[in-house]
Structures are given as structure tokens and as C-alpha cells.
Design a protein. Structure first.
Length: 353
């Protein structure tokens, strides 16, 4: 009698289900690309709801109904919003206005450095091919500088367009939190009874992984932004708040976020001082910040690692970043973790029990 090993291979039917799931994900990705602004508003609301839900649950444990818990939470958030609009927003706006005023000087300096660099090339090395390459490089510098200026001036317009999302998000967040239990119970009723327990168990496992990551990443980004802004302010680098916020946002990117985060600070420092010593101070400051982030902050915040393959992580970040921009980059790791958890249970045959 031939021996068989359970779990040695996946039945053909499971391959068909996997293909169907992949096709469904591709269809959802295409729909998400076509509805980028709507999806962006929904994702912003969903992430905020995910961050606030633990607070609502803690308030409910004190015997307060969910409606009153949400009302209390929104009052606290209203006070924090007024504080932000009164004290923080003017500083951010002033910093951005100063950057826009100085931007033409930065662009002109870039062109000047490119022309000086071109003029330093000795004539004896100036064959027609090399000269053609230098002309193309100079033209590319001019094009990149012009595009950078257009992006910076157009960024404010995009922010104004996204104000609609910012205004609509609190309303969506309220209904997401208020009808959370109803939505979960409705979705659970659609699951076949024989598989309801395993699906809900996987949902709780995925929920814990995604929720822990999102809350932890927001906390880490805020800490990095504050430390970077403080360090650059002490070193007296132009636009420290802008560079700090950029560093906090760049910390979302795995692996390359550390490199990207320091670029604006180095850029402004070089044009202000043109000193290698100042650049070394910035590199040292960011080295300390990311040492603290990698070896102290993240181990405390992310107590349970997602344990994802680096190649899978890079592919997910690139693909979802291309489709959904910043939100795709932020959600790439949670989605990859959810797929890994689901796939682990599928291989184990839990869905067939």
C-alpha cells in the first residue's frame, strides 16, 4: 500500500481557489487605481478608526455606551484640533512659505553648480561624445530643477484638494466606529457555519497584526519626526520642521527610509554652509536617531514581529505604492502580513476542516 504524506502537496482544487483569489485581487487593484481619491479618503478614515478603536473599547469597559464613548472621544479630539490649528499649523505654514520663497534661489544654485562643474572639465578630455554627455547631463539638471519647482508649487494645490478628505474623514470615522459591531456580525453571518470559527479566528489574528503595526508605525514616525526636528534645530539647519516631518514620513519605508529621510537636511545644509563638517553632524544626528529607532523604540513598540521575507516586503511596497501612493506604502506590510497569515492557515488545511 503506497504511503502518502498529508500536507505534502496542495490539491488541485486549492490551486484553482488560489488563482481565483489572485484574479480577484488584481480586479480590486484595478478598481482601486481608478478610484484613487475615493479610496484615499476611505483608507485615511479606516486607519484613523483603527487607531482610535482601542480608546473607544477602553472607555466602554468603564460602563459607558459606545455612542457616549465616541462623543467623549470627539470632544477630546476637538480640543487637540483647536490646539493644532492655533499653535502648530501657523508654524508649519510659515516654514513652508519660507521654503517656497527660497526655492528659486535653490534652483538657481543647482544650475550654477552644474555649469561650474561642466566648465571644470579639461578640454583635452572633451571629445564630442563626452561633450554630448555633458550637455545632456546639464539639460537634465535644468529639467529636474524645473520639475522640482513645479512639484513644490503644486503641492499646496493638492493639499487644498485633499481638504475635502480631511473634512469628510471624521464623519466616516464616526460611522465606522459606531457600526463596527454591526458590520462584523453581518459579515460573520455570510460565512458558512462550518468555517465561521476558523475565519473569525484568522480575522482576529490579522486584526491584531495590522492594528499593532499601524499604531506602532504612527508612534515611531512621530518620535522620529520630533527627534529629527529637534536635532536639526540645534544644528541650525534651515527648515528643520519640514525636514523632520519628511523624516518621520520616510520612516514608513522599510530598508531605504533611513537613506531618504536624511536627504532634505543634507540638501539645505549644503546650500546654507557648504561645509563637510555640518554634513557630518547631520549624518551623526540621524545615525543616533535611527539607532534609537531600530534598537530601542521599535523593539518596544513592535513586540511581535511580522517576520516577512525582505523580497516580498520590497515587492509589496513597490506595487502598492505605485497603485495607491503613500497609503499603499503604509499598508504594504499589513497587507503582506494578512496574506501570510491566511496562506499559512490555507496550507495547514484549516479551511477544509
Amino acid at each position: 500500500m503506497p504511503l502518502t504524506h498529508q500536507g505534502a502537496h496542495i490539491p488541485r482544487n486549492d490551486y484553482g481557489k488560489l488563482i481565483a483569489i489572485i484574479l480577484l485581487l488584481c480586479l480590486l487593484a484595478a478598481a482601486g487605481y481608478a478610484l484613487q481619491h475615493t479610496i484615499s479618503c476611505f483608507l485615511l478614515s479606516w486607519i484613523i478608526a483603527y487607531l482610535l478603536d482601542p480608546l473607544v473599547i477602553k472607555i466602554e469597559k468603564r460602563g459607558i455606551t459606545r455612542a457616549y464613548a465616541l462623543a467623549l472621544l470627539y470632544r477630546v479630539l476637538g480640543v487637540l484640533t483647536v490646539f493644532f490649528l492655533t499653535f502648530m499649523l501657523p508654524k508649519i505654514t510659515m516654514n513652508w512659505d519660507a521654503f517656497l520663497r527660497e526655492l528659486p534661489q535653490y534652483l538657481q544654485k543647482i544650475k550654477q553648480i552644474a555649469m561650474e562643474w561642466k566648465g571644470r572639465i579639461p578640454d583635452r578630455y572633451g571629445s564630442e561624445e563626452i561633450q554630448w554627455l555633458l550637455d545632456k547631463a546639464s539639460a537634465n539638471v535644468d529639467t529636474a530643477a524645473d520639475k522640482t519647482g513645479a512639484w513644490a508649487y503644486g503641492f499646496a494645490g493638492r493639499i487644498f484638494f485633499n481638504l475635502f478628505n480631511i473634512v469628510l474623514s471624521p464623519i466616516l470615522v464616526f460611522f465606522m466606529l459606531y457600526y463596527k459591531k454591526t458590520v462584523i456580525e453581518t459579515l460573520a453571518s455570510w460565512i458558512p457555519e462550518q468555517r465561521r470559527a476558523i475565519v473569525l479566528g484568522i480575522g482576529q489574528e490579522v486584526n491584531g497584526s495590522i492594528g499593532g503595526y499601524l499604531r506602532g508605525q504612527v508612534f515611531v514616525s512621530i518620535i522620529v519626526a520630533l527627534l529629527a526636528s529637534l536635532a536639526l534645530f540645534i544644528i541650525n539647519i534651515p527648515h528643520p520642521l519640514f525636514c523632520g516631518i519628511f523624516a518621520g514620513a520616510a520612516s514608513v519605508l522599510p530598508f531605504i527610509g533611513v537613506i531618504i529621510a536624511v536627504l532634505p537636511a543634507l540638501f539645505f545644509a549644503w546650500f546654507q554652509y557648504q561645509s563637510v563638517a555640518v554634513l557630518l553632524k547631520i549624518l551623526a544626528a540621524f545615525g543616533v536617531i535611527y539607532f534609537l529607532e531600530g534598537y530601542i523604540i521599535k523593539p518596544l513598540v513592535f513586540k511581535k514581529s511580522m517576520d516577512l521575507n525582505p523580497l516580498v516586503t520590497i515587492i509589496m511596497v513597490m506595487a502598492l505604492g505605485e497603485l495607491l501612493g503613500f497609503w499603499g506604502i503604509l499598508l504594504a506590510l499589513p497587507i503582506a502580513a494578512a496574506m501570510k497569515i491566511t496562506w499559512k492557515h490555507l496550507i495547514a488545511g484549516d479551511f477544509g476542516r
